[in-house]
Design a protein around this ligand. Structure first.
Ligand SMILES: Cc1cc2nc3c(=O)[nH]c(=O)nc-3n(C[C@H](O)[C@H](O)[C@H](O)COP(=O)(O)O)c2cc1C
Ligand code: SF4
Ligand code: SF4
Length: 253
């Protein structure tokens, strides 16, 4: 088994790595951002794929990765882990349907509530202790899910018609359009930005460049929130107007 993940702020990476470690000593998790990943996973016949839910759908960068490498999934067994701040309905199912359309055999799904990566929406922020507790609970859920997978009875969270209806009416119908294309909405506060270049270095989409010692955003943002959570001057925002709290999995484990 091999793990593949896309992760903006580390939750999905952490989940994929722990799942692999629990499964056996030979399984490893690979980021879709790394060039060497394709070569490392090509011969696998069983994948787990972890990703952060965005409005009950799959981030555009991961959708593109799946469809750009269609041949990789044909006839392969896939188990999906969807990480989320609160609720996704059919997080696993959303990616599952895409993979099935590429010929994969989706055998189950797991939903993990984790710290919310949206740093610029006050209503979504939780106290540090609460986030630590969520991560502990997620670890426990992963252990139980691996046990069930090994026993031939994989968890089916997010898979099926009822979950799909919940995902559609709970989120996608109203906000799903936001992830249909890459976004041009990342905002840079030029008064705060010191041109350190960290955001440019971290962005998985090469959406940011530094010009005249200020960050400049383009129209290729996959809304992963990595740069927003890491900017030392809190100069970046996307959905909200100001950064309330910066998160990252390293704060919670
Ligand atoms: C643009 C965006 C949309 C999101 N939409 C949802 C959502 O619909 N439901 C939810 O529970 N969490 C939502 N989240 C929260 C993330 O899914 C969650 O924090 C995830 O665990 C982040 O994982 P990562 O650290 O691997 O990026 C959203 C986050 C972002 C950045
Ligand atoms: S990380 Fe922040 S301060 Fe540094 S260049 Fe990017 S926006 Fe500016
Ligand atoms: S600009 Fe920021 S939020 Fe957008 S894809 Fe790049 S790192 Fe992620």
């Amino acid at each position: 088994m091999v793990g593949i993940y896309f992760s903006g702020t580390g939750n999905s990476k952490c989940a994929a790595e722990l799942f692999c470690k629990e499964y056996d000593n030979e399984s490893s998790a690979y980021s879709i951002e790394k060039k060497e990943t394709l070569a490392a996973v090509t011969d696998a016949d069983f994948f787990i794929i972890a990703y952060p839910v965005q409005f009950s759908t799959v981030p555009k960068i991961l959708r593109d990765y799946i469809t750009d490498h269609k041949e990789l999934w044909v006839g392969k067994k896939v188990f999906i882990i969807a990480t989320m701040g609160l609720f996704s309905g059919d997080g696993s199912g959303s990616l599952g349907r895409l993979l099935q359309s590429c010929g994969a055999n989706v055998i189950g799904g797991l939903h993990l509530k984790m710290p919310d990566s949206i740093a610029d929406e006050k209503a979504l922020k939780r106290p540090l202790e609460k986030n630590k507790e969520l991560v502990k609970q997620a670890e426990q859920k992963i252990k139980e899910s691996v046990k069930r997978l090994k026993a031939g009875n994989p968890t089916q969270e997010g898979i099926g018609v009822l979950y799909r209806l919940a995902g559609f009416f709970g989120q996608r119908a109203y906000f799903g359009h936001k992830t249909r294309a890459y976004s041009s909405k990342l905002k840079v506060d030029a008064d705060k930005c010191i041109g350190c270049g960290l955001c440019e270095k971290l962005c998985p989409m090469k959406n940011i460049s530094i010009k005249d010692q200020k960050a400049v955003s383009s129209d290729r943002c996959t809304m992963c929130y990595r740069c927003i959570n890491k900017c030392p001057r809190q100069a970046l925002t996307l959905l909200g107007k100001r950064v309330v709290e910066q998160c990252g999995i390293e704060k919670y484990i």
